[in-house]
Structures are given as structure tokens and as C-alpha cells.
Design a protein around this ligand. Structure first.
Ligand code: ADP
Ligand code: MG
Length: 617
């Protein structure tokens, strides 16, 4: 190579593609520029080239150069992590017969709780005057007519205590009644509601949640249930927690049950032996088995089960994307997390869902060297620069991390990324040992999205990154630590009583109702703990001298998730038991935890100060 060449290191991550440009001469590397672009396509596939070229262009521009001034490009060996997130349900709520459970229409009417016998609104006049009734309004009756029929029943001395209706008419009916009644609307399959059964309808006041039906003893009190029967309504009450309205019908022919469904076994083949573990035993058992397996050659699932299909899907997808045979795609690590996800309740009447236990699986996929070569070749073709593939991410990340002032060998790092949590250790001789474990920031975002039932990844990502507050009055904010702040300017009225995400410059209201600031904060923190603390311990144990964490004193944290406002603290808390202190890196003295792999690619190759050994695991 010439004496004053421009070399670019490009780190293709699951989330981000980062480029560092340096001018290289006589064993010295001078920093020129840094660029960051979202990764295009699945990491480790041909589509990555668009992001790589965009990052190089940006880097060249910032360095006052053009693309053709770059003499060499070094890219990392990219190992993708694919998460199959919500398929492995281990419990499922099924409604038999026609008991309706939790239902959360946007605009129920009235409020309070009503208990009575279900009765068609059209024949309310036939009711006796001693019992209480719940009026059932199907699609053939409009809101004017329904209100008229119910008001007439009142006049006749018939006691109507609540209303269930098919259309979104709750508020319209409520406004036309002479008495306030709880009304649950948007009950899609109202035809399935049996008449003459005792039922309870509950609607909470605005911004509140129902209290009676979400408590099994509340339901037991209403329907005079035996202790045995009370047990059987636990799934009903559980699915009503946090909702604004709900209906429970005591249909002796029906019932609700939560059953475990077979989801199959996971088969792990590793240096430690071949193991099998049922997914239904949950994340801890799966993690334990993964650890026992040593270095993993491959992972598969039991044929014709959710699990088997899920691993097959991952392999087939990667095979399609890289043009390889599915047989040659191997899974080299698996991370499992217990979580809750909203699942449609089968047999429900209003598209109800219940929060079910699921195991989220994140798999690290190992393809052959071929796809990386394809990426290198297309980039070479497009920009006419030699592209070489230079070793593992973690090996480069540790070299990058060494540029943090004060850092010296022996050094351990954690690279907390989007798809994977990697760890590496460099001894005083410069020998590196590194590991790659599945599961990181993207998994955290997915857990937040699922457990809060947001179906909105962008909001989940914001919840992960920023703290919350509650707008209590037009000029008062309450923060997560319960401190309050009075604002000089009036807060926008649409934020009133809402939980907001506090970004650097904005307050973003969380649209989904019925979520308290405290609930969201607990789920957010737990998601981070489940993914990052578990993976940090697992990865560091694998690289620690003699497999003993106590042989590590200091860990430098790099990667996008090291920017998180809670993750470094949670990791430190867990590591403090082993007398390890973890601190955020500051790559090249200015990029914080970013750019470690990209900078490490160039430094590892061309800087004389940093020696490179060979060993890796
Ligand atoms: P990869 O190398 O896998 O592409 P990165 O090191 O770029 O990953 O990190 C990406 C992850 O970092 C994403 O999950 C993203 O949500 C997370 N992240 C980025 N910035 C922040 C931040 N300020 N707070 C918390 N997480 C962040
Ligand atoms: Mg990375």
C-alpha cells in the first residue's frame, strides 16, 4: 500500500452501518471522519451494500474527499441475529361456549357496574319487575330506538342496569338515557350472547380502569361462586386488568380456560453434547441448556411444532437471502426470554385478546463466508475500491475500545448492539478471545412493544430510549422518581393527564390508554434487565480467564445500547457482585461508545501500537 492511503473501516451491524475513515502512514492512523447510516437489508446479505456505500459517501464528504479518494475498505465478518419473536405461545386462553371476557372499546358509555339477566332490548317490555336486566342491543336496533326502548322500560318500572351493544353506539345511547348506566359497545359477535343469563357490565370513569371484574373475588361476589368456580374465573379477571370496560356472562354451558399448548422441543448440538429442552419450560431452562452445550454447532426444533417451524423459517429465509442451501445455514447461539404478548382469545365475542406467556427466541445465524464475499464484491464493483473482510466484530470492537483514554490491556469489553451482545478479552500480549451472543437492543424494543401491547415499534423504541413523565395539570409534570416540576409555560391541553416520553426537545404522549407511568417504567426496565444483564453475564463468563468472572476487573462498554440511560447501570449492578466495574467507552477519545468496530478494523490492520493476537472462540 502507498504511504498515505485513505482506509475506511465499515461495521455492518444488525441496526447500524458505521464507517470510519483514516489516513494511514508508517504505522500511524490519523482520523478523518465518521459516518453512521441505518443498515439496509438483513445483516450479512447483499442488500447491505446500499448502506455501506452511503456510509462511505458520507464519510468521504465529511473528510472533504470523494469516494474515489478511498484506497481500501475493510469490513467486518457480519453474523446476523434473527429473532422469531412471538410465535412460541406457551399458554393460550380459550373460551368455550359463549362467555365473553375482557373487551376494550374506545368509547364505552356511562360508568359504574350493572348486574342482571341478559335480555333482548326489543322485548324488554316483557320483563318482570322483580329482577334486574342487562339490555342486549344487536345491529337491527339503532341508538335512538334502543334509548327509547330502555327509557320506556324504566317508565314501566323494569330495572335495566347495563347495556351491551354491537355497534359503536355506547356514547350515543348514554346521552339519550334518563339514568346513567354502564354501556359496553363494539361487541362484534353479539349474536352469541345467550339471553336469560346473569351478566355483569362494568365501565370505569374516564382515564380509570375497571376494578370489580378484574378481580376474581369481585366476579365471585357477583355470581356467588364457590372457591372452585372462583379459580376458574382467574383467567377472565386477569384478561380484564387494566381495561376501561368489561363484561362477564355467567353461562353454565360455557367457561374459559387457559391451557398449555405443546410448542415442541429445541435441540441443541454443541461441544458440550446434544441436548433437548421443551420450550414450555421457559427461558431460564432454555438458557441453562444453551450454556451447557458449550460452543454450538447448530440448533433445530421439533418437526411440525411451532418451534420446529420457527427455526426452519429462519434458515430458509437466510438461505433465500444469501443464495445458499438451507442445510448450510447453522444457528450458533440462542437467547430466550420469557415475556407476555397480546394474543387473540379464541372463541371471544369482540376480538378480545389476553396477555399470554410467550418465549421469545433470538437466534444467531452463521452462514458460510460466501455472502460476505458477495457484499465485498458488489461494493468493489460499484465504487472500484478493494474491499477486504477482516475478522470478527468483537475482535475489532476491543481494538476500538482500547482508544478510550486510560484503557489498557488486559481489557474486557461488552459490545451492546442491536442484534447481539458481544464480549471480548485482550491480554497483555494482545491475544484476543471473543464471543457473540444473540439478543440485544432490538429484542428490548420488541419486548416493550409486546408487553405494553402497543403494536407500534417506533413508540416502543422511544419508550426504551427516554424517561417518562405524567402531565398532571396544565403546568405541572410528575417525573418517574415522583418529583414534580412546574413549567413556566402552559403545557398543551392535549397532553393533560397523559403519560409522555421526554425526548431531548419534545414531549411525546403515549397514545395507548390505561397505561400508568409506573407500569411502563417497570416493563421497560425489566425488558432491559432480562436481555442485557443475562447476556452480559453469559458473554463475559465465556471469555473470562478460567471461565471465572472474578478474573475480570474492568469492562469497557461500547455499541449503540451502551448509550442507554439505564442499561449501563443495570449491568454494573449485576457485575458489582463479582467486583467488576463497567464503564462506557470513549472511542478515539470522542465518539463515546460508538464507532468501536469501524475504528478497530483500520487500527487493527495498520496501527503499530496495537498488536493483534489470534485466539478467538
Ligand atoms: P448493531 O451493531 O447491532 O447495528 P448498534 O451498536 O448500532 O447495533 O446499536 C443499535 C442499538 O442501539 C439499537 O437497538 C438502538 O435502539 C440502540 N440505541 C441507539 N441509541 C440509543 C440510545 N440513545 N439509548 C438506548 N438505546 C439506543
Ligand atoms: Mg455492532
Amino acid at each position: 500500500m502507498a504511504n498515505r492511503d485513505v482506509v475506511a473501516g465499515v461495521d455492518i451491524g444488525n441496526s447500524t452501518t458505521e464507517a470510519v475513515l483514516m489516513r494511514v502512514r508508517d504505522g500511524h492512523c490519523d482520523f478523518l471522519s465518521y459516518a453512521m447510516i441505518p443498515t439496509t437489508g438483513v445483516k450479512g446479505t447483499r442488500e447491505n451494500k446500499t448502506g455501506v456505500i452511503a456510509a462511505l459517501k458520507q464519510g468521504a464528504k465529511d473528510a472533504g474527499l470523494s469516494l474515489s479518494d478511498i484506497d481500501e475498505v475493510l469490513i467486518n465478518e457480519a453474523t446476523p441475529v434473527i429473532s422469531e419473536l412471538s410465535t412460541d405461545v406457551i399458554s393460550q386462553t380459550t373460551i368455550i361456549g359463549s362467555v365473553m371476557i375482557g373487551h376494550n372499546p374506545d368509547t364505552p358509555g356511562g360508568n359504574g357496574i350493572g348486574v342482571g339477566y341478559t335480555h333482548d332490548v326489543k322485548s324488554l317490555h316483557l320483563c318482570n319487575k322483580t329482577d334486574d336486566y342487562i339490555a342486549v342491543v344487536d345491529a337491527s336496533v339503532d341508538f335512538e330506538e334502543a334509548a327509547k326502548l330502555i327509557n320506556r322500560a324504566f317508565d314501566d318500572g323494569i330495572s335495566v342496569t347495563g347495556i351491551i351493544c354491537k355497534k359503536d353506539d355506547g356514547v350515543l345511547i348514554a346521552n339519550r338515557l334518563s339514568v346513567t348506566l354502564p354501556i359496553v359497545d363494539e361487541v362484534m359477535q353479539i349474536e352469541k350472547i345467550p339471553f336469560g343469563k346473569l351478566a355483569a357490565v362494568e365501565v370505569a370513569s374516564e382515564s380509570g380502569t375497571i376494578k370489580v371484574l378484574s378481580n376474581p373475588y369481585g366476579i365471585a361476589g357477583i355470581f356467588k361462586l364457590t372457591p372452585e368456580e372462583t379459580k376458574s374465573v382467574i383467567p377472565i379477571s386477569k384478561s380484564l386488568i387494566g381495561l376501561r370496560s368489561g363484561v362477564v356472562i355467567n353461562n353454565d354451558e360455557g367457561g374459559v380456560k387457559t391451557q398449555e399448548i405443546p410448542v415442541g422441543n429445541i435441540y441443541i448440538y454443541g461441544t458440550g453434547g446434544d441436548f433437548s429442552v421443551p420450550v414450555s419450560q421457559g427461558a431460564d431452562k432454555i438458557t441453562e441448556t444453551v450454556l451447557k452445550s458449550g460452543d454450538i454447532f447448530d440448533i433445530a426444533g421439533e418437526k411440525n411444532t411451532n418451534t420446529g417451524n420457527s427455526f426452519e423459517r429462519i434458515k430458509r429465509r437466510m438461505a433465500d437471502l444469501t443464495g445458499q442451501m438451507a442445510d448450510s445455514i447453522k444457528i450458533s447461539d440462542l437467547s430466550a426470554t420469557d415475556t407476555l404478548a397480546p394474543m387473540k382469545v379464541s372463541g371471544g365475542l369482540a376480538n378480545e385478546y389476553a396477555m399470554e406467556s410467550v418465549v421469545m427466541l433470538s437466534s444467531m445465524v452463521k452462514t458460510s463466508h460466501l455472502p460476505m464475499k458477495q457484499i465485498a464484491d458488489v461494493v468493489t464493483d460499484e465504487i472500484g475500491v478493494n474491499v477486504s473482510i477482516m475478522g470478527k466484530e468483537a475482535d475489532n470492537a476491543i481494538i476500538g475500545a482500547l482508544t478510550t483514554s486510560g484503557a489498557d490491556t488486559p481489557l474486557a469489553i461488552l459490545d451492546l448492539g442491536g442484534g447481539s451482545t458481544d464480549a471480548a478479552l485482550m491480554d497483555q500480549q494482545g491475544n484476543i478471545k471473543s464471543v457473540h451472543t444473540a439478543g440485544a437492543g432490538e429484542m428490548v424494543t420488541t419486548i416493550i412493544d409486546l408487553e405494553l401491547a402497543l403494536s407500534d415499534r417506533d413508540t416502543a423504541e422511544l419508550i426504551k430510549r427516554y424517561p417518562l413523565a405524567r402531565v398532571e395539570t396544565f403546568n405541572m409534570l410528575r417525573f418517574e422518581d415522583q418529583t414534580v416540576k412546574f413549567t413556566k409555560e402552559q403545557l398543551p391541553p392535549e397532553l393533560y393527564k397523559r403519560v409522555v416520553i421526554l425526548t431531548e426537545d419534545k414531549m411525546i404522549p403515549i397514545r395507548k390508554k390505561n397505561l400508568t407511568m409506573e407500569q411502563i417504567a417497570v416493563i421497560r426496565k425489566e425488558a432491559k434487565r432480562k436481555v442485557f444483564v443475562q447476556n452480559a453475564l453469559k458473554a463475559l463468563t465465556k471469555i473470562a480467564p478460567d471461565g471465572n468472572l472474578r478474573n475480570i476487573q474492568f469492562v469497557v462498554m461500547v455499541g449503540g445500547s451502551a448509550l442507554d440511560f439505564e442499561v449501563p447501570d443495570l449491568i454494573n449492578e449485576a457485575l458489582s457482585k463479582y467486583n467488576i466495574v463497567a464503564g462506557r467507552g470513549n472511542v478515539l477519545g470522542k465518539f463515546g461508545p460508538r464507532a468501536a468496530v469501524a475504528a478497530g478494523l483500520v487500527l487493527g490492520q495498520y496501527s503499530k501500537q496495537i498488536r493483534l493476537g489470534g485466539e478467538s472462540i
